[in-house]
Design a protein around this ligand. Sequence first.
Ligand SMILES: C[S@@+](CC[C@H](N)C(=O)[O-])C[C@H]1O[C@@H](n2cnc3c(N)ncnc32)[C@H](O)[C@@H]1O
Length: 210
Amino acid sequence: MAKTEPFDLLTEQYDRWFEENRYIYLSEIDAIKALLPVFKKGVEIGVGTGRFALPLGLKFGVEPSCEMRKIAMERGLEVIDGIAESLPFPNESYDLALMVTTVCFLDDIQKAFREVHRILVPSGAFVVAFIDKESPIGKLYLNMKNRDPFYRLATFYSTEEILDNLQKAGFKDFRVVQTLFRNLKEINSIEPVKEGYGEGSFVVVRGIKR
Ligand SMILES: C[S@@+](CC[C@H](N)C(=O)[O-])C[C@H]1O[C@@H](n2cnc3c(N)ncnc32)[C@H](O)[C@@H]1O
């Protein structure tokens, strides 16, 4: 069953985080932008309240939490109820799929990645952004996992695990960038974006549909 309970109950608290952590948010947007291809029709899967889809120019979303969906729709996005493991779209209907900090809430990552592959056109791009479990912030989240209303449900992944799952689902030609090089409390300006992984806590991977 989709892990939506904390997002339905603590929607405003979730959404407020982006105002309270503005430089982290802006750094994450910059990192995703670095790998975002030119696209015609893009969908964010697990779009939440639309905090990433909107500034990145995506118009469509899938979101299983009713309360999160409501806010995203009020912000002008076209959002459908659904889960990544069974996407409510025909084959080859998008040229870009985005997933931001949703991968750790999936029930079945391989099934979800195969679904994304199905709905993309040939050579379509899948961009996955997440906190690397082997990074400093990833380790902090793992430590506080049982005390955090959102992350107690999460399964964190390393960049290698994400790449491995993408490859098994039929993606190729990977590019990876990273940001958030300082501890969360020390981030008081926009962080740089660097190629690769292993230093920054927020990692963005792009794969192309084979
Ligand atoms: C951490 S939030 C990220 C939301 C948005 N992408 C953002 O970055 O603000 C994770 C989102 O994934 C959604 N979610 C949970 N399980 C899901 C699933 N199986 N498929 C798609 N989305 C799911 C939750 O309802 C929640 O809105």
